[in-house]
Design a protein around this ligand. Sequence first.
Ligand code: NA7
Length: 536
Amino acid sequence: MTDQPSPQFDAIVIGAGMSGMYQLLKLRELGLKVRVLEAGTGVGGTWYWNRYPGARFDSESYSYAFSFSKDLLDEWDWSEHFAGQPETLRYLNHVADKFDLRKDIQFRSRVKSAHWRDATRIWDITLGDGSTFTSRFMITAVGPLSAPTMPNIPGVDSFKGQSCHTAHWPHEPVSFEGKRVAVIGTGATGVQTIQEVAKTAKHLTVFQRTPNWCAPLLNSRIDTEEMTKIRAGYPEMFQRCQETFSCFLHTPDPRATFEVSDEEREAFWEKLYASPGFGIWLGNFRDILTDRKANAAISDFVARKIRQRVKNQKTAEKLIPKNHGFGTRRVPMETKYYEAYNQDNVELVDINETPIERITPSGIKTSDTERAFDIIVYATGFDAITGSFDRIDIRGIGGQRLKDRWKHGPETYLGMTVDGFPNMAMLVGPHMALGNIPRTIEFNVEWVADLMRYARDRKVTRIEPEPDQVQAWTDHVKALGEGNLLFEVNSWMTGVNSNVEGKQVRIVNRYSGSAPDWRAKCTAVAEKDYEGMALV
Ligand code: NA7
């Protein structure tokens, strides 16, 4: 290209969560002019926004941390096996300090639109306040679970007490002491919130639409001696994360559920139920999410546990999912969640029996009664995976809107690029291996950085995947989902959100193959000079 205007930036990264932070670092190393635009007032993304009571890791802290810097690994001690949100946010601030990231991050900057100008090969990016930026490349680091959704219940704005969505939690402490509290939603977030609020609230009412299969987290503290051992084992641990199916320390057991005797199976499940973390979901027999009988058997095992732990059997039955099997939705990890319902100050309302009619100025009216509250907590989830993209007016060639392009589900090449949207790269976007997200992030960011280096070295100013490659990858991702029971259930993992117009139909928005397979494919593409992509 000759006589073309130069953009202000080589790359603009949207979002200063873990992926945006690391991308900034890698692009800076290449000597590129980069700006990160972040809506919040600080770094951390998910861990910046989700400050609700009880927010914590369900992945082992050390397996979730950045692995790219030995210095960073050497100097950071984790205090718990599953760290709470404040500790994780402190960690991410430490990363920002250590690598002096903030000087290239513009906070309080929510991106409103991003329009591609094909003639100049430039992205025009506009913030909510009207300020504009131009950039050769645009890298989205917007997170898969960062577009919170309020419930479509009438009267939400009429409540006179304090109310808050868990992902927009205030920065000041919220006390529940002596308060009448409502929590709407019983996903992973609701469960963490409920078990925490139950400790101090005068009265807690949980409004449940769909129960989830929860399993014990079994968190514990890490002392200096144990941290030293963990640190010594980092190389092997990170290596293991590279090899497991979804980058967790846990990976499916090679045996099938009915390959073993009844006693052996029961003993294995008892062991998993008594072990910390995601093992019971991700380290279970290999067929629990593909074989209906196997899934029914593990569901029955967990249902028995719930009946043992909840004293009132009517309540226990309400807490046992009936419309989906164990593990077919994200398993919330809990700490005495079920026991909370044995407390006198905790009440469970099944809103299928008595639907919420409206939020009133003083509380919540269900079909049978009205309850008064001081605080309402909305743990009602996110417009997942594509939601954060939909909230930005992203337009590609000829003004095509990404939201329209993805109306019936995302279409991508490797989960990172889309034809018709040149020079856009996605971090932790749809159609890529999610799993233990920071592990994916590191690969994802480094792959994009390599692409940027390749482009810089060859003076490439336009990168776009070929349409047939996008189609092929999208078909491949859909085919991988076939036979997986998870795709037969409504959840954020299948793109269903009852509160978002047009998102009532299940789609394949996630790559369900193994992370090593995804990485191998991406690496092969890069090694073949970005096969399937036009670089000019
Ligand atoms: P989830 O898992 O999507 O849970 C949202 C919860 O809110 C779920 O129980 C919903 O019930 C409930 N919900 C949503 N809308 C309504 C309305 N309108 N009325 C009543 N109840 C409602 O979100 P989370 O934040 O818990 O977790 C998301 C992920 O973030 C999590 O998996 C982790 O990976 C981190 P439903 O099940 O739809 O009937």
